[in-house]
Design a protein around this ligand. Structure first.
Ligand SMILES: [Zn+2]
Length: 86
């Protein structure tokens, strides 16, 4: 079941949002259910937040030479438990 994030459309207005939706909240909802339009607590309008949680992180794995350039000591496993400095 996907988790959706909602936040009050009037988050700055305390009269039209509660402490939950003013900060935003997450809700697990069946995918075939209509999108939530009001806060379940205060019944004021909310909007779906486009979450960045599922955005793949663009972190390139360090290559051996990159790691060495960055000053890491790269150890390579040799025989049982013996680590040799490159
Ligand atoms: Zn609310």
């Amino acid at each position: 079941m996907p988790i959706y994030e909602y936040i009050s459309v009037n988050a700055d207005d305390q009269a039209q949002s509660c402490r939950i939706c003013a900060k935003g909240f997450e809700l697990r909802r069946p995918i075939d259910r209509a999108p939530l339009e009001v806060c379940p607590l205060c019944k004021n309008p909310v909007k779906k937040v486009i979450s960045s949680v599922n955005t793949p992180k663009i972190t390139k794995p360090l290559s051996y030479s990159d790691a060495k350039k960055a000053g890491f000591t790269v150890l390579e496993k040799r025989d049982e438990g013996v680590y040799e400095k490159q």
